[in-house]
Design a protein around this ligand. Structure first.
Ligand SMILES: Cc1cc2nc3c(=O)[nH]c(=O)nc-3n(C[C@H](O)[C@H](O)[C@H](O)COP(=O)(O)OP(=O)(O)OC[C@H]3O[C@@H](n4cnc5c(N)ncnc54)[C@H](O)[C@@H]3O)c2cc1C
Length: 545
């Protein structure tokens, strides 16, 4: 549980113990109106540690810890139900030990011992998975969590090519601060940036908030070293290659099933002089979506684009933007246009020299104006840049007040984007109707492409009478939304990955033959099924675990 900055990570919640983000009175009021009065609070004052004793293990290479708190910390990731289970003392299984190797040879040694003793392995990067990907399976066999935090930092840097080799346990802040010393940046900023790691990003095909400018993680990973039970596999860093299928893409997204990524060579760039984010209000969602598509088709060199639907625009104001100068401007605009309920917040970012940024943002301004969007200047963008990694702290603060919240995300071609949003919203809004409960749903576009876009949903519902019943509500919502995604021919995940919770729906995208191919690869690289056997390829519905 050490962190490079020596700040202590929170058990049963997001982030660090010394950081909080309290909901504004406006947000509380919004929840009361749209979801209903709060349910029972789910506090963490007693934080019970389940009394499962670690099973005896043979001697393993690396640092081995079987202390209860460390085992509980590594038993679950950061999904909503992970937090509920940890806080309510209902985690079904803990790893028997947390093992921290310091190099690839120790990883190989761990595999050898685990193969002989029949021990299962869950690789652990930053533990920020929101798909159950690091959760300890209930198993008759012993299970260890292999935490890669000791394999972190810059291993090699080639400034002529901008190629940086990092250890898998390197976190976002470590990557950026190290590269900054050389005047470079990676530009990968998932909202979990503070805690997630290079190995975890590659293993889950992560996408950062500035993916428009810098690309997804798979655009950044030039090469890798993977250690599998079957051997050590180097995928060389090359700018391009036609030497058969690109095997990096077999490893990226493999979520620990094919081996442990022990090194990643990343494509970095010179650090831009500045990154500026401008804000606009579009008159309605349809016009806003058209505007975002027009920006994508214009080829302007933008680093980020984000469009919030009307409910999310309302909440964006309620969680902080509403107390800024932006609020009065926005409200004046809404009053003038008489479009109080339909306005959509747009954020447009550009990175580079002052001249490059000014030109890109000027180009964006003229396109958005032609889509009847009104400029709100730099204030909201500055606010968003300042708080973007603090928003996840809101979840526990709301849970303590009686409301549960979670997110899900997908991607679809432009032609189906509006329909998909409607389908998912409807599924979430009606899933708890049988109990007479309401769900409030927000949506935004944050990773647009030439041919389509991601859609990111945030939903709120009331805590039920007890933790188990709250998890049941969540499972019902999750199933309903996943089925809506399949009906909309949308992906089950644009960037969170598959883990265990999305696995039942993977077949609709990968196909039966595709799953067989992946299964064959897993059997070749990990013949004894030591690594994450419950993740990615096991379609069992485990939403209640
Ligand atoms: C608040 C919050 C915000 C988030 N925002 C984003 C976002 O903006 N964009 C985004 O893409 N994701 C986001 N996520 C999801 C999550 O952060 C990503 O999936 C991230 O890439 C996981 O990285 P990690 O290092 O924490 O991996 P972990 O959670 O530790 O592991 C993820 C999976 O990969 C496996 N694994 C980990 N390291 C390795 C390795 N070295 N080799 C092989 N397998 C490995 C694990 O076994 C597990 O199955 C968010 C999550 C939270 C909680």
């Amino acid at each position: 549980m050490r962190t490079p900055s020596n700040r202590r990570r929170r058990l049963g919640g997001w982030g660090f113990e010394d950081e909080n983000f309290e909901p504004s009175p406006q947000l509380i009021q919004w929840l009361n109106t749209h979801v209903g009065p709060p349910g029972p609070a789910l506090g963490d004052t007693n934080l019970p540690i389940p009394g499962t004793r670690p099973r005896p293990l043979p001697s393993l290479p690396g640092e081995v810890c079987s202390e209860d708190r460390d085992r509980l910390f590594h038993a679950r990731g950061q999904g909503l139900i992970d937090i509920i289970r940890v806080r309510s003392g209902t985690v079904p299984a803990l790893p028997d030990a947390v093992v921290r190797p310091s190099n690839a040879d120790e990883v190989i040694g761990i595999f050898a011992v685990c193969r002989d003793a029949g021990i299962q392995i869950v690789p652990w990067g930053g533990g920020t998975s929101v798909t159950g990907g690091v959760n300890t399976p209930s198993s008759d066999q012993p299970v260890i969590s292999v935490d890669l935090e000791r394999m972190s930092g810059l291993i090699d840097f080639d400034p002529i090519s901008g190629l940086a080799v990092f250890g898998p346990g390197t976190t976002g802040p470590q990557v950026e601060s190290t590269l900054a010393e050389h005047g470079f940046t990676l530009g990968h900023y998932p909202q979990s940036w503070e805690l997630a790691t290079v190995g975890g990003w590659a293993a889950t095909r992560s996408s950062g908030q500035e993916s428009l400018g810098y690309g997804r993680i798979e655009d950044m990973v030039a090469g890798m070293e993977v250690v599998a039970p079957a051997g050590r596999w180097r995928l060389p860093a090359l700018p391009g290659s036609a030497a058969g299928p690109d095997l990096r893409h077999l490893v990226m997204g493999s979520e620990g099933r094919l081996g442990i990524i022990t090194e990643a060579t990343l494509r970095t760039r010179q650090k831009p002089e500045q990154t500026v984010v401008h804000a606009y209000l579009a008159p309605d969602l349809e016009t806003g979506l058209d505007g975002i598509k027009a920006l994508m088709w214009s080829g302007l060199p933008l680093s980020m684009l984000r469009l919030s639907d009307p409910p999310e625009t309302e909440v964006a104001m309620a969680i902080g933007l509403g107390t800024s100068r932006f609020a009065s401007l926005a409200q004046a605009y809404l009053r003038l246009r008489g479009i109080r309920d339909q306005a959509c917040l747009i954020l447009v970012g550009a990175a580079g020299s002052k001249i490059e940024v000014a030109e890109a943002l000027e180009g964006a301004r003229s396109i958005l104006r032609s889509h009847r969007a009104v400029s709100l200047g730099r204030g909201p963008g500055r606010h968003w840049q300042r708080d973007r990694f603090r928003h996840p702290y809101l979840r526990e603060a709301l849970m303590d007040r009686g409301w549960a919240t979670d997110t899900l995300e997908t991607a679809v071609p432009w032609s189906r984007a509006a329909h998909c949003r409607t389908e998912v919203r409807r599924a979430l809004e009606t899933a708890l109707g049988i109990e007479g409960e309401r769900t409030a749903v927000l949506c935004h576009v944050s990773h647009p492409y030439i041919d389509g876009t991601s859609l990111y949903f945030t939903f709120f519902f009331r805590n039920a009478s007890d933790p188990e019943a709250t998890i049941e509500r969540w499972a019902r919502l999750k199933r309903a939304a996943s089925e809506a995604l399949v009906r909309s021919s949308a992906t089950i995940s644009h960037h969170h990955g598959v883990g265990i919770w999305h696995a039942p729906w993977l077949k609709y995208e990968a196909g039966t033959l595709g799953l067989d191919v992946l299964g064959d690869a897993a059997r070749r690289l990990d013949p004894d099924g030591l690594l994450n056997p419950h993740v990615l390829l096991d379609p069992t519905d485990r939403l209640m675990e």
